[in-house]
Design a protein around this ligand. Structure first.
Ligand code: SF4
Length: 143
């Protein structure tokens, strides 16, 4: 079975600051499943490193920490990453918690002050709308 995974969770340096969010718990799944890494922000044309971005609370606008709008890049990247998930017949995704792209259930509130609010990242939301079950690395997986 193929599972779509946030690239940064597998140790790929795709994070805004050039680092990653490696999770041994996620990598261990590769013993039993084929993990397919994607970074929707890179697929949307954003560079690495890049300025951090957050969804402005109560809107679907995404601004980086300079106040520049990056919504279109996020949406394009989410669509490209969805294509990869669908091409590989993925029914499950394991995504990085709280990210404005990959977060599921909770995301940062748009003030760049580490405040968390309920919501989904752009990519996570698109996967859900396309019938793919989303987990974060913090969840107990039921695959
Ligand atoms: S967009 Fe997703 S995969 Fe890419 S660095 Fe952010 S959390 Fe990781």
């Amino acid at each position: 079975m193929n599972i779509i995974v946030s690239a940064c969770l597998l140790g790929i340096n795709s994070k805004y600051n050039g680092g990653n969010n490696y999770s041994e718990k996620v990598e261990l799944l590769s013993k039993n499943y084929t993990l397919i890494p994607v970074c929707p922000e890179q697929l949307g044309g954003l560079s690495t490193p890049r300025y951090p971005a957050e969804i402005k609370q109560g809107s679907d606008i995404i601004l980086n920490s300079l106040g520049q709008e990056v919504t279109l890049c996020f949406k394009k990247g989410a669509k490209e990453a969805l294509k990869i998930a669908l091409l590989n017949n993925c029914k499950y995704a394991i995504l990085k918690s709280k990210s404005p792209s990959c977060g599921y259930g909770f995301i940062y509130d748009g003030t760049f002050s580490n405040n968390i609010v309920k919501g989904n990242g752009v990519f996570a939301q698109l996967l859900i709308e396309n019938g793919i079950k989303v987990y974060t690395e913090e969840d107990e997986f039921s695959l």
